[in-house]
Design a binder for this molecule. Structure first.
Ligand code: 0RA
Length: 673
């Protein structure tokens, strides 16, 4: 490939193209978000999105994605194939233009407007620029056309390499390991996205293959396909999290308003959780936005009217005041809209800003929901009953919270007795460790740097919070352990203000997905970093899940603004002679063996850390607390959302699902031990 005689100066022919590719390689994060594992996976999404576009245009039904044994990726579809004829202006094959010119992807398709596309909509040329090697093949008119590239530069002009009966496009790329911090793909991450894409685009079949054998030598593969799309997606979400349906139907809305294609599916389950996932052009809008706001507005408006029309007596008798959040307890919904020129805002650029979308979704959902309620009085009554119950429970919980806050004013300087505070009062340089377990708490207190590190031990009692959080989660604030955390962190709840998260229902603004929680005021947060320190075993992970869930529900701002972390203790200590090194994963352990043992571990002493409690103060400092050497994982809203789902599932009604989860994770624990 590289020794192709034409490779030498073929690529030098277009200076502008080279400059474009160079810009991508210089600032990859600007084009694909970041260069971590996330960015690496983004290359696949970008490539698959092109095939999805071809499917949405009606020409493709099948997409095969393969993680090859060498961690290169192949994406093959059965579409029309990227055109290969000479581009009239560029005097090069259209394929070459698509592969090497930024944003050239959709140029050839006049009729259909491009709505899919990765989060950054950068085009496959970025994938090419960030790959040390790429191979494009087009199956068209009985021929196989191909071109190869290195770091985005063509090695030769598009050529015919054989005959074929197939039709479609095949892309294979090898991500550049001088750009990405890792080039190892994660099957589960890709599977989750392919599943999501299959649900979002009914009728398309996506097959994911992993050609890297697992421990037993097996190769994984999965087929993702949904006939109905969103209604099946909503069912899947509830089943996956172990929630029980409240009504038998999934309400499905598929329409177009003001030129905006809108699809929504919603249903209710018996839990207390609100789960609304929204998408714009197949991109998950984690932070919500105008489509999400329009949906909420319609739901509140229509259900409120229906409840007032049909349950007037109960509402009057019990003096119930229904609030927006009451309509969303136990609601699971997926919203998917297609917007021609989406504006993404917010911290992670996953919040839709286009104001025209709010009204369109509001109208579409309002009409369909009103119709459904009129036509289905039985499930409609079940929903209204649940809403009224939610309102009553919320009012009762609010009273309880007021009681709690009166009892222990959280504005004062009093700190929980168990807190070993740091001496610095500058939040910028302070951090707090939330440590599970008595002995680890003790070692942490001794081993810490007193100036900047505070320790708050959490006793086994934190687990009592669990049941409350699962059943009547408003009441978790009454737990002493939770109050200690709130007090230590300096978080304040303001009682008298209308919670800032409950937007005027029509404005289409400020609609965070998580805003059904009266979010805490964190202006007075006393620590820049709040670090969860728990064992790497099943129990430790359980506690970490619980604490993340707690933060996610009560103080998501702490997470959103990047203050929550998880400490990552090492798994091993490797010693050879006088050299001692902590290894945080198996790769580091293997690297130590190859560096000091010539590839074997004979002569190397490997000590496995079983838990934080086993380390003395000095070890704990050295391995887990010392800011210069430790490994911390910053918790993202996505992580916390997943923790919340896991938590709900663990505490949910589905015993079989819970057992399967525990067994799966317990297996890892035994393999580890
Ligand atoms: C524009 C025009 C035509 C095909 C495509 C784009 C196309 C692009 C990709 C990217 C991945 N798979 C794809 N499949 C098709 C065809 C126009 C024509 O044949 O008339």
């Amino acid at each position: 490939m590289t020794d192709n005689p034409q490779a030498g100066n073929y690529s030098a022919s277009n200076i502008q193209v080279l400059e474009g590719l160079e810009a991508v390689r210089k600032r990859p994060a600007m084009y694909i978000g970041d260069i971590s594992e996330r960015g690496l996976h983004h290359l696949v999404y970008e490539t698959v999105d092109n095939s999805i576009d071809e499917a949405l245009a009606g020409y493709c039904t099948h997409i095969e994605v393969t993680i090859n044994a060498d961690n290169s990726i192949t994406v093959q579809d059965d579409g029309r194939g990227i055109p290969v004829d000479e581009h009239p202006k560029e005097h090069r094959s259209a394929l070459e233009v698509v592969m090497t010119v930024l944003h050239a992807g959709g140029k050839f398709d006049k009729g259909s407007y491009k709505v899919s596309g990765g989060l950054h909509g950068v085009g496959v040329s970025c994938v090419n620029a960030l790959s040390r090697h790429m191979l494009s093949q087009v199956f068209r008119d009985g021929k196989i056309y191909q071109q190869e590239y290195e770091k985005g530069k063509p090695l030769y002009p598009v050529k015919v390499v054989g005959d074929t009966q197939l039709r479609g496009t095949r892309q294979q790329f090898w991500p550049d390991d001088t750009i990405f911090s890792t080039t190892v793909y994660n099957y589960d991450t890709l599977a989750a996205r392919m599943r999501e894409l299959a649900y979002l685009n009914a009728g398309i079949t996506i097959v994911l293959h992993d050609e890297r054998p697992d421990e037993e030598g097996n190769l994984r593969h999965e087929t993702f396909h949904s006939d109905q799309g969103l209604p099946e997606f909503v069912r899947y979400i509830d089943e996956h999290d172990g929630r029980t349906p409240l009504i038998a139907d999934v309400i499905h809305i598929e329409t177009e308003k003001a030129g905006i294609p809108i699809e929504v599916a919603l249903t209710y389950n018996t839990s207390f959780k609100e789960k609304i996932q929204s998408y714009v052009n197949n991109i998950n809008t984690h932070e919500g936005g105008t489509h999400h706001a329009g949906f909420r507005t319609a739901l509140t408006r229509v259900l409120k009217k229906y409840a007032e029309d049909t349950a007037a007596k109960t509402i009057a008798k019990d003096k119930i005041e229904i609030s927006g959040e009451d309509f969303r307890e136990g609601l699971t919904a997926v919203i998917s809209v297609k917007v021609a020129e989406p504006q993404f805002e917010g911290q992670t650029k996953t919040k839709l800003g286009n104001s025209e979308v709010a009204g369109a979704v509001n109208q579409a959902v309002g009409e369909a929901l009103a119709y459904y309620l009129e036509e289905h009085p039985q499930p409609a009554k079940t929903i209204v009953d649940k809403v009224l119950l939610a309102a009553k429970a919320r009012i009762a919980a609010l009273r309880a919270r007021e009681q709690v806050i009166r009892k222990s004013p959280m504005t004062g300087g009093g700190m929980p007795g168990k807190l070993a505070d740091c001496s610095s009062k500058d939040p910028q340089q302070c951090e707090i460790f939330l440590v599970e377990g008595d002995s680890a708490g003790g070692s942490a207190k001794q081993g810490r740097s007193r100036l900047t590190q505070a320790i708050l031990p959490l006793r086994g009692k934190i687990l009592n919070v669990e049941r409350v959080l699962a059943t009547n989660w408003h009441k978790a604030l009454e737990s002493e352990e939770v109050r200690n955390i709130i007090q230590a962190l300096g978080i304040r709840f303001v009682l008298d203000e209308k919670p800032s998260n409950e937007p005027a229902e029509d404005d289409g603004e400020a609609s965070y997905m998580h805003s059904y929680v009266p979010d805490a005021n964190i202006e007075k947060l006393r620590y820049d970093k709040c670090i969860i320190m728990a064992d790497a075993d099943v129990d430790g992970q359980h506690i970490a899940t619980l604490i993340m869930t707690l933060f996610y529900r009560y103080f998501p701002r702490v997470i959103r603004e990047g203050h929550l972390y998880i400490a990552m203790p090492p798994l091993y200590q490797c010693v050879k002679g006088k050299t001692k090194r902590y290894c945080y994963n198996d790769e580091e352990r293997a690297a130590f063996a190859s560096e000091f043992g010539g590839g074997t571990e004979s002569g190397i002493t490997v000590k496995r850390f079983k838990g934080l409690g086993e380390m003395n103060a000095e070890e704990l400092w050295e391995t887990t607390m010392n800011p210069d050497t430790r490994l911390l994982k910053q918790v993202t809203l996505e992580d916390a959302e997943n923790a919340d789902s896991t938590f709900s599932m663990l505490m949910g009604d589905d015993v079989a699902l819970r057992r399967a989860f525990i067994e799966k994770n317990a297996t890892y624990a035994t393999i580890d031990a």
